[in-house]
Design a protein. Structure first.
Length: 278
DNA sequence: ACCCAGGAAATTC
DNA sequence: GAATTTCATGGG
């Protein structure tokens, strides 16, 4: 990967196995919106950013400092997805096929607290409404970093609110789960800072101390918030896909990069709903 | 009106 | 313990 620093932007060249739109719209993050011209506006790590992508150039309207400190790792630009895809493709012919439908998806490295709250909201919900609830949550108590653009709230800011205060975001029964997560993060019962020193199962058990965090939500938080790529979230789509396409496989059969395989399969399943009728 | 949504907790069997 | 119901809200 090489890049050029321009006055208002960074241009990255020579990226293979990366598609901006697929990466931002595959259901792993909820704060990027597509503009009419195909660019995306979003917020992460307290920064607003505009992004666009042509065949061979990834353009980020940001400073070199933020590119190196935040966005390079956010988009996982230094991991060799081509090599991983090759290895995964050897495991099963259908996985090789599935990867072809989303060859440019990468696993984002999001902020742990944001991933935790976002995937609590995701339960028994659809991606469009999840985005709406998260957006209203940010407007309610996130810092306004530009006019009309809000950062994801800190645990401290959320801690000043009651469950009743959360009513405007219309999270429904999930509001009490958000409150429990915030409480346990603030009082140290769940320590997001030291999760990286734990094994996968230990970290998962920590997260599941929170009400509203079960196995699937915990896997999502570990995969998208802590970049633990062996995580293999099983939602309704994945259960159907595994039963039909990989009846003899479990997540762990896909190895240390199972989370990447999961994205290929999830995306493939959503594009081919007819495979799962009956 | 009915069913489902990137589930999990509460209840019942 | 495994299977079922309930939980808010919005969209098809």
């Amino acid at each position: 990967m090489n890049y050029k620093v321009l006055e208002d932007r960074i241009e990255v060249y020579g990226l293979s196995d990366f598609e901006l739109k697929d990466t931002l719209t595959c259901g792993q993050c909820f704060r990027f919106k597509e503009n009419a011209d195909g660019s995306f506006l979003g917020v992460a790590f307290g920064r607003v950013i505009v992004l666009s992508k042509t065949d061979d150039t990834f353009i980020l309207y940001t400073s070199e400092e933020d590119f190196l400190n935040i966005w390079k790792s956010y988009f996982d630009l230094e991991l060799d997805y081509g090599k991983i895809k090759e290895d995964l493709s050897k495991l099963h012919p259908t996985l090789k096929e599935a990867a072809k439908f989303a060859p440019g998806i990468r696993i984002l490295k999001q902020e742990p607290f944001e991933a935790l709250i976002s995937f609590i909201i995701s339960q028994n919900n659809n991606i469009k409404r999840i985005s709406g609830i998260v957006e209203r949550l940010c407007e309610l108590c996130g810092e306004e970093i530009e006019k009309g653009v809000y950062a994801f709230p800190t645990a401290e800011a959320l801690g000043r609110l009651t469950v009743e205060d959360l009513a405007p975001i219309r999270a429904g029964f999930r509001a009490k789960y958000i409150a429990d997560a915030v409480k346990k993060v603030l009082n140290g019962e769940v320590d997001l800072m030291t999760m990286d020193s734990l094994s996968y199962d230990e970290a998962k058990a920590e997260l599941m101390k929170i009400k509203g965090v079960g196995s699937k939500v915990a896997d999502c938080v570990l995969l998208y918030g802590f970049h633990k790529l062996s995580g293999f979230p099983m939602d309704v789509w994945m259960k159907r896909a595994m039963a039909v396409l990989f009846p003899d496989f479990t997540g762990s059969d896909f190895g240390e990069f199972a989370g990447i395989a999961q994205q290929y399969i999830f995306h493939y399943a959503r594009l081919h709903p007819e495979l799962f009728e009956n």
